[in-house]
Design a protein around this ligand. Structure first.
Ligand SMILES: Cc1cc2nc3c(=O)[nH]c(=O)nc-3n(C[C@H](O)[C@H](O)[C@H](O)COP(=O)(O)OP(=O)(O)OC[C@H]3O[C@@H](n4cnc5c(N)ncnc54)[C@H](O)[C@@H]3O)c2cc1C
Length: 380
């Protein structure tokens, strides 16, 4: 009987893993099935651009998979049964059996952090949410206010992009931290502050948002701010699927894995990308980023191929080279880092940083999901 490999999630990590597995295991006794909620590959790192009304293209998964033996199932996985070794889906076939499962479902906005966010807040965590925000912002009258909550990378990029695309709207950025750009070198932080000033983004440091209302937000110290849209951007967490299946996870719902990306509780399950708490160079837990997702996607395929050939694989290396922040289309900050994510002294700012980031985003798709041979590029 064939060995059934099932990959859940066709983002940066899962699509790369499925294509590489299919290429490495072109044998009659292995099947690779990829289950994804939509029939498109979503360039998630551009979702703030989608929200800001920019042109948006999605890559059809069937095109990405053409020429490979990967079987694509378009549907949601609703549950994982680790005893029966099946995943349940909301489309036919309702259950798909696996011998090895690769969990690659990405992450979601932390909307349940405060009351009112689920009902009233917007986010850029997925294409549907970013499209909802796009429509909301497009219909706002001049002088309207957008409140972005969260001073991390996604909050900064979203606030900047919206401010640049809609100079007639007021953009406020709320962060519980003392300042924006924690972890960046002083020169990078200074540039960041200047860029936000130039774009007209008003930063509210040391301001913890306690609730979201239909017409604004309330802070922990009891102040209320009016806003026509509140964008929740306080970080991400993994979906509940793995935890609900009894697979060991951390507090963010990310699957706890060993150095070969294998679940510490279920050896037939592997996890990659945002949905995995991998071990980075230096020992910290992996950062939710493409820089971690791509080596994980590539690495998990190599690990599984080795084990199926009765070889014991080495650890998967998850290292970093930079932190990349776009500040609209013509400005940015690139903080170069050591492999363990500590900042170096080298920083790029301005147009050079914007061009660098654009090149990285393009190469992420080229070297990641498109990088494995087998896809039909003629129609792209
Ligand atoms: C606005 C924004 C900007 C970002 N900018 C950067 C950046 O500049 N640099 C960087 O490194 N990172 C950036 N990130 C983070 C980066 O996008 C993620 O780290 C990356 O997408 C993780 O890849 P992944 O494959 O784990 O998950 P994803 O790319 O999220 O893919 C997960 C896939 O799983 C599917 N899925 C989820 N649940 C199910 C289910 N139950 N059943 C079936 N399919 C399912 C989804 O539909 C999706 O296709 C950004 C994120 C956002 C939101």
């Amino acid at each position: 009987m064939s060995h059934r490999l099932v990959v859940v999630g066709a983002g940066y990590a899962g699509l790369l893993a499925a294509k590489r597995l299919a290429r490495k295991l072109r044998r009659n006794d292995v099947t690779v099935t990829l289950v994804n909620a939509s029939d498109r590959f979503v360039e998630r790192v551009r979702l703030h651009q989608l929200a800001a009304g920019q042109r948006w293209t999605e890559l059809p998964l069937r095109q990405q998979l053409s020429g490979t033996p990967v079987q694509l199932v378009v549907g949601h996985v609703t549950a994982i049964d680790t005893t029966g070794r099946t995943v349940c889906t909301d489309v036919a076939p309702r259950t798909i059996g696996y011998d090895t499962l690769v969990y690659a479902v990405g992450s979601q906005a932390r909307l349940d952090d405060v009351p009112g966010a689920v009902e009233h807040a917007y986010s850029v965590a997925g294409p549907e949410q970013a499209t909802r925000l796009r429509h909301r912002v497009a219909e706002m009258a001049s002088g309207g206010t957008i409140a972005v909550v969260g001073g991390g990378l996604t909050g900064l990029e979203t606030a900047s992009e919206l401010a640049e695309s809609y100079p007639d709207l007021r953009v406020r950025l709320f962060t519980g931290a003392d300042d924006v750009g924690a972890g960046l070198a002083p020169r990078a932080r200074t540039h960041l502050r200047r860029a936000l000033d130039r774009l007209g983004v008003s930063v509210h440091p040391q301001t913890v948002v306690a609730a979201v209302r239909e017409d604004g937000l309330d802070t922990r110290d009891g102040t209320s701010f009016a806003a026509d849209a509140v964008v929740w951007s306080t970080g991400f967490r993994a979906p509940e699927l793995a935890r609900a299946a009894g697979i060991a996870t951390d507090e963010s719902g990310r699957v706890l894995v060993d150095a070969t990306l294998r679940s510490v509780s279920h050896p037939e399950v592997y996890a990659v990308g945002d949905a995995a708490a991998g071990l980075s160079v230096g020992g910290a837990s992996s950062r939710m980023s493409c820089q971690a997702a791509l080596p994980m996607g590539r690495g998990v395929a190599d690990v599984i191929a080795a084990r199926l050939a009765d070889r014991e694989p080495g650890p998967v290396r998850i290292g970093y080279a930079f932190t990349n922040i776009s500040l609209g289309r013509r400005d940015g900050v690139v903080q170069f880092t050591h492999a363990d994510d500590r900042p170096r002294r080298i920083v790029l700012t301005g147009r050079a940083a914007a061009a660098f980031k654009e090149a990285v985003v393009r190469s992420t798709v080229r070297s990641g999901p498109r990088g494995e041979p087998g896809s039909d590029e003629r129609n792209s």
